[in-house]
Design a protein around this ligand. Structure first.
Ligand code: ADP
Length: 381
């Protein structure tokens, strides 16, 4: 944990400038800010502006004396607990005049001041204050960590609920298909249709499970990339082949625009093709039929930007920063998700990061289309 604590302030109050100067000379330290006041009123003003670890009050001052000032301090919630050291020329008897001992620490120091005694008393209050600052900084950090844990726990519960629900549908469909197949044994055409449906459900299920396993392998550091020197167009070709049927089925106008010359990358061909195909599948899903989907690649100085853009439902600005977190879905998009549960983009961004690349999303909002840009380093070979 990192603790950030502010400076420690001491308040010095004395009506005589030379006394303030000698107190200042005695207490000056790099980690302490000394606030000086020539009267009770000035002191109260400074107390409004600063948190103070210790107040050193001269008892004998004209107008408001040290005891009166201390009583004001004890009467105010903000300054009630500030430790006070009275600087007095009087006897122990006069010390009884002060009534406010119950709220905060009170101590007395006699004039002429003995430097070592003053310094060691001040040191005690300095340490106490620092410790309190650390404890409260730690408490804030703990509170923030607890909040983050609660949020992670809530998202995990939500995920389990969504996962259970999403798995139930294909499993129920498979079960129904299985029973139907037994009943329709004599109807080959019907059997074929049921078979195809079951095949689709099964491949959806197994893709979902593979994605979830990949994510957990990445987070446990157990995924190994088969990195090789590959030419970009072969990767894009694989992705287009994998996503072509989905783009066609939705009747989208698909175009690909790749650089003329060869672009070499050191990547895992299968994984990067999976990334691009995932983005193309999303573009196909989240664009109403007959839309436009474009794949392009733009070389930069030491990287290549691979861009997948569509003119579909778009992503609201407030969701864009979270869109690569696992299980994040835009509420209004569920009808387009076709069984997706918000795992794809999380996997995509982790795979890109594993390759030393980055992914970004841009969309002007609902109905305005989306653009995903994957930047990958060029081969050094
Ligand atoms: P899902 O399985 O829900 O599609 P993803 O992780 O692939 O999961 O995507 C997360 C969410 O991002 C989607 O549910 C959808 O709301 C939004 N999204 C992804 N791609 C697009 C896109 N091309 N256009 C609009 N929204 C998108």
């Amino acid at each position: 944990m990192t603790q950030s604590v502010g400076p420690v302030h001491f308040l010095l109050v004395d009506d005589l400038e030379e006394n303030l100067l000698s107190l200042e000379a005695l207490l000056a330290r790099e980690d302490i800010v000394l606030l000086k006041a020539r009267s009770g009123d000035q002191a109260l003003e400074l107390l409004l502006q600063h948190d103070v670890a210790l107040a050193l009050l001269d008892v004998q001052m004209p107008n408001m004396d040290g005891f009166e000032l201390a009583e004001f301090m004890r009467g105010n919630e903000r300054t009630r607990h500030i430790p006070i050291i009275f600087v007095t020329a009087g006897t122990a008897d006069s010390q009884r005049r002060f009534r406010g001992y119950e709220a905060g620490a009170v101590d007395f120091i006699q004039k002429p001041i003995e430097p070592d005694i003053l310094r060691s008393k001040a040191e005690v209050f300095f340490d106490l204050y620092r410790q309190r600052q650390l404890v409260s900084a730690q408490r804030d950090e703990l509170a923030a960590a607890t909040l983050a844990l609660r949020e992670a726990d809530r998202r995990k519960d939500e995920f389990l609920a969504v996962l259970g629900h999403e798995l139930r549908n294909p499993v129920a469909a498979l079960l129904a298909g299985f029973h139907l197949m037994q009943k329709k044994r004599d109807d080959p055409a019907r059997l074929e249709a049921i078979h195809e449906q079951m095949d689709r459900q099964l491949s959806h299920l197994s893709r979902l499970i593979e994605d979830l396993l990949d994510i957990s392998r990445i987070s446990e550091g157990k995924i190994s990339l088969r990195t090789e020197r590959v030419e970009l167009s072969t990767i894009l070709q694989s992705a287009i082949e994998a996503s072509g049927p989905k783009l066609e089925a939705a009747g989208h106008d698909f175009s690909a625009d790749v650089p003329d010359g060869p672009v070499w990358l050191d990547v895992d061909h299968t994984r990067i093709a999976q990334v691009i195909s995932n983005l193309l599948n999303n573009a196909a899903k989240y664009t109403p039929p007959g839309g436009k989907v474009r794949l392009s690649a733009v070389p930069c100085e030491c990287c290549i930007d691979i861009i997948v853009e569509d003119n579909g439902v778009g992503i609201p600005a407030e969701m864009q920063p979270r869109i690569f977190q696992i299980f994040t879905q835009v509420d209004d998009h569920r009808e387009f998700a076709s069984g997706g549960i918000g795992v794809g983009l999380a996997l995509v961004s982790q795979l890109v990061a594993l390759h030393g690349g980055a992914i970004a999303v841009a969309s002007e909002g609902a109905g305005k289309g989306s653009r995903f840009t994957v930047s990958l380093p060029l081969s050094k070979g």
